[in-house]
Design a protein around this ligand. Sequence first.
Ligand code: CDT
Length: 312
Amino acid sequence: MARVVRVGAAQVGPIQKAEGRQAVVARLMELMREGKKKGCDLLVYPELTLTTFFPRWYMTDETEVDSWFEKEMPNEATRPLFELSRQLGMGFHLGYAELAKEGGKMHRYNTAILVDKSGKTVGKYRKVHLPGHSEFDPERTHQHLEKRYFEPGNLGFPVWRTMGGVFGMCICNDRRWPEVFRVMGLQGVEMVVLGYNTPNVNSQKPDEKLEQRLFHSNLSMQAGAYQNSTWVVGVAKAGVEDGNPLIAGSVIINPDGRIVAEAKTQDDELVVHDCDLDDTKFGKKTMFNFANHRRVEHYKLIVERTGAIPPP
Ligand code: CDT
């Protein structure tokens, strides 16, 4: 019998710096209501959904930095979204900046959560691969200061058995690293959900075209899907935020690595697809049957002979 999860990739259009969380949450709730009309089981929102992509701004005032972070989740601004999820019986994935107290100290993470159909948070992931730099870089056309504002995530790449399947999460730049998908693939993941804020412009290669940026983004996710026989739902923040354009083109990718649904606008847009989790079985039993075909001992041999890290 098929195990269909009707997924809504809830692309979010531009959020300007001055836009408050309440206005954003109202947009997210509108997408959720549309998802309900279309029969969705699960909505996937992008990375750092609640605000503009603030790591493009260089800040030195710690209080100002903290103002972009959530101290708890849900909180006053986001509670209505959790409430609506419960009322409508729809799960969701949401990215946000997390301020967490651990070991008596405050830590900042780029975080995403998975909420089930009862509005309960069942999973949390903290972004591991933080791109960009930590100090203002006059050489770049655009700043990308994730290394300044976040610590690498400390929760690994777990999967969660919920909503009838095996779900995993990663965030934006993580999608470009094959080992991220593989670690989840080794745990039998059937659907990876992820959000991204990817600028249209490569600040270190200004002549790189948008088409190439989209190609690399999709190439990474399609390979992750195919090589681990999993669904991948990649959801973009889109449009122009205070003059800074972001790639759109949110995608739903099947376990064969094919894009089966894609966003067409630069704005809030819901892309819906019926994802049969049983479609992951064939690849997991055949080409990517890890127990049968993976040769870990041989990888170790090569690493021992050559050293794990190539010389610069
Ligand atoms: N948000 C995020 O991780 N964006 C990166 C682009 C960084 S460019 C310095 C990405 O991999 O899409």
